[in-house]
Design a binder for this molecule. Structure first.
Ligand code: GDP
Ligand code: MG
Length: 172
């Protein structure tokens, strides 16, 4: 079974763990533990073929340490997570995106999906869809708005990433 490493990156508290755990275990908790860093594994089917996805849910990605550099080197694909309720978390995505380009090389064609979380917190929303559209168009990256709590569009994120990884690495 082909195996891909996906790495989930973004500021603290944006919902990286909630997104990952919703996808892997189909559960959600309100509790927040910023220090949890764990690798999960899930098999997914795409066009009738089975793939194993290893998903590294990182902690503290906002400080660019040697550790993060190692994650980026080892990752086949990346989920860049910000919170729709926290404008500055979107700016961190841009930093991470540039780090990935620097480490992988600007022409590496790296599989990436951008995710805005906490879509269910409608009244706390700080980032407009227009603002995001403008940025992801500039970056040429696919984008999803999700809720781990309500299980909205979570699977779409990982399906999209898997499709990109399969296409990117099929001849290697
Ligand atoms: P991380 O630091 O990026 O891993 O953030 P967590 O996944 O631990 O989430 C931080 C907090 O936001 C936790 O209290 C979660 O329950 C909450 N949270 C995460 N995703 C959602 C969501 O989609 N909706 C709501 N309402 N809360 C969320
Ligand atoms: Mg976490």
């Amino acid at each position: 079974v082909p195996r891909f490493n996906a790495v989930v990156l973004g500021a603290g508290g944006v919902g990286k763990s909630a997104l990952t755990v919703r996808f892997v275990k189909n559960s959600f908790t309100e509790s927040y533990n910023p220090t949890i860093e764990e690798t999960y594994r899930r098999d997914i089917f795409l066009d009738g073929e089975r793939f194993t996805m290893e998903i590294l849910d990182t902690a503290g990605a906002e400080q660019f340490t040697a550790l993060n550099e190692g994650y980026i080197k080892a990752g086949h694909g990346f989920v860049l997570v910000f919170s729709l309720t926290y404008e500055s978390s979107l700016r961190e995505i841009d930093d991470i995106r540039q780090q990935i380009a620097r480490i992988k090389g600007p022409d590496a064609n790296v599989p990436i999906v951008v995710v805005g979380t906490k879509l269910d917190l409608v009244h706390e929303r700080e980032v407009t869809r227009d603002k995001i559209r403008q940025l992801v168009n500039e970056w040429s990256l696919p984008f999803y708005e999700t809720s781990a709590k309500q299980n909205w569009h979570v699977t779409d994120v990982f399906q999209d990433l898997l499709m990109q990884m399969r296409d990117r690495y099929k001849n290697e």
